[in-house]
Design a protein around this ligand. Sequence first.
Ligand code: SF4
Length: 375
Amino acid sequence: MAGIYIHIPFCKQKCSYCDFHFSTSLKYKSSLIDALIKEIESKKGILKENISSIYFGGGTPSLLSNDDLLLIIDALNKNYTITPTVEITFECNPDDISKTKLNHLKNAGINRLSIGIQSFFEEDLKLFNRAHNSTQAKKSILLSQDAGFDNITVDLIYGSPLLTQQKWEDNLTQIGKLNIPHLSAYTLTVEPNTALQHQVKSNQIQLPSDEQAIAQFKTLIEMTEGFGLNQYEISNFGKEDYYSYHNSNYWKGVEYLGFGPSAHSYINNKRIWNISNNIKYIKAINETKKYWEEEVIDEITAYNEYILTRLRTIWGIEKNYISENFNLYIFNHFIKELAPYLKSSYLQVSNNKITLTKEGIFIADKISSDLFFVK
Ligand code: SF4
């Protein structure tokens, strides 16, 4: 199986915490769609496996018109072998969701919606400079369900300046009440050169303490468990049949192609990333010039990535996989660093898989970094 990621690099406005690639001007949207389709066509035949997951991310895919979306879907169908059970996820912002939009998405074959809610509270949304309000947050989910979308994932942010413990519980309660089958929840991160960083540095806002953020993470784990959502990755919670194909493929090292400015691909043991500039991307594609950079993933990087991604999931680390795929130095290092953790209450072994315990989840980064192989 293989995956496809499509980056739609446009947003209505810039959220205060965001460092993804996008433009708030739609001036070049149609030229960009043309270029994107050329890129899709040019990579025909590269993936040996059939496509089990297509993911529209951004930016804001819900800014695409119906015609734009149909052109992209058509190009994918003409140039790739897509499995009948393909999961096609489409990221939407609540303010873009309407009955008409949802009908268009359904008719185009979209079968999973990822809705960027972030919070159900107005003051949080204002602080984040989100384009939607709290009414739209809830309404977008109800409208999506009414339109027949049952596979819905929602994003929420915790550890943010105005989010009290009570408000966080209320946000999570909405997930349970609305019977959402999948949730991605991330702690607020201050990325360089964002409005949030400026606000923090200039003391306009204060981030909560680590203890508060950890308390919210604990609440997240407890409450989602109560809703029947499994924590199948540290930040991802889903009912068993609703684990994201896209994310799971990534964690399992499945090959994927990314299209559009800033999109990443992983193929033939190489990581490839497209230029993060809409105009340069369009120009390079039209002039058949290079618009990407690439690196071969060496053995140490591959091992470290395996540890980092797999340890965060319920699929865990397999000792056999390491002995079969990496050299003896790396394997011996792994066994040596693993030994104290196996005697601790942080890791557990079951069916030859090493996974985090409920306690270990809180120190996953430290365990990964101890297991990493450093030259
Ligand atoms: S909508 Fe998404 S991609 Fe766009 S600025 Fe906000 S967080 Fe970033």
